[in-house]
Design a protein around this ligand. Structure first.
Ligand SMILES: N[C@@H](CCC[C@H](N)C(=O)O)C(=O)O
Length: 293
């Protein structure tokens, strides 16, 4: 007999948020934290591939759940905007609440229903302090806007900021002109970002409309990244390129972002879709029995 993994047969929802591939696993009531090896193994299975895995755990602080967020390389992140909308839908179905509070390693976030398959997430305030993004060192950033990257000549100008996870936003004249597979991996691991970074190429069409493509830390190119849309909108607003409400078009769909003046929080609204429900295989990561000798 081989030892069963605690995740064998665990149910999951395969969803997407504006095309961002999301797996939701509700582990509340179970005493198991998914390891990096397990996350990579789940991502490698045909029915449960994902960009991000949202694992729900019991909240110690009275929230609806504590949320751990895994990229498909097994690394963890403090935030995932598209995944949070999917989690809100999952918790709200079958008569669940229309408004949920979720704890994350980066702090609490609140998601609220905006339509049958649409949610608004209060992503909290953006972070500009280099220690909070985080960057390797302070940058010459008098007006809190520009970052220069030694060894790389940006095609336009770039901003670095945090949205519960690190972001580099490159403003370019034509976002189609930059090959994510060429620039993404090098910028994700640029020494300025000690915890790596998500990388965006943004083209501002007008003060209310931005085109965006994203290379995600730990997941590569994705069809949409919610925190990147928020970071890009905030960076554009700080540069005077956009008003407080911005529509961000990504290859997988459209997100609405508002940087609220009253409290500095960033609100992101977008779609969710349930693709299928399934369970991990009954022999998921079954360990071979120890050799009794
Ligand atoms: N797709 C996400 C962001 C997921 C985490 C990111 N790759 C990271 O490592 O920070 C979103 O919708 O925000």
């Amino acid at each position: 007999m081989s030892a069963a993994s605690p995740l064998a047969g665990a149910p999951f929802l395969k969803m997407n948020g504006a095309g961002n591939q999301i797996l939701v696993m509700d582990l509340r009531g179970r005493d198991h934290v998914i390891t990096a090896d397990e996350a990579r193994a789940i991502a490698g299975l045909p029915r449960s591939g994902f960009d991000q895995l949202m694992a729900l755990h019991d909240s110690a602080g009275g929230a609806d759940a504590f949320m751990r967020i895994y990229n498909n390389d097994g690394s963890e992140s403090g935030a995932c905007g598209n995944g949070t909308r999917c989690v809100a839908w999952a918790l709200g179905r079958d008569g669940g609440p229309d408004r949920v509070t979720l704890e994350t390693s980066a702090g609490p976030i609140v998601a609220e229903r905006a339509g049958e398959f649409s949610f608004t997430v209060d992503m909290g305030p953006p972070r500009f302090d280099w220690r909070e993004i985080p960057l390797a060192h302070a940058i010459d950033d008098d007006d809190g806007v520009d970052v220069t990257l030694p060894g790389w000549t940006p095609p336009g100008t770039a901003s670095a900021l945090g949205m519960g996870n690190p972001h580099l936003v490159c403003f370019v004249p034509d976002q189609q002109a930059y090959d994510l597979a060429t620039h993404g991996p090098a910028l994700e691991r640029h020494p300025l970002f000690p915890q790596r970074t998500n990388v965006s190429f943004a083209q501002v069409l007008d003060r209310g409309h931005i085109l965006l493509r994203v290379w995600e830390r730990g997941a590569g190119p994705t069809l949409a990244c919610g925190t990147a849309a928020c970071a890009t909108a905030v960076a554009a607003i700080r540069r005077g390129l956009a008003g407080r409400r911005v529509t961000v078009d990504l290859p997988g769909g459209r997100l609405g972002v508002e940087w609220r003046e009253s409290d500095g929080h960033v609100l992101m609204t977008g779609p969710v879709e349930l693709e299928w429900e399934d369970r991990l295989p009954a022999d998921f990561m079954a360990a071979a029995p120890a050799d009794a000798g």
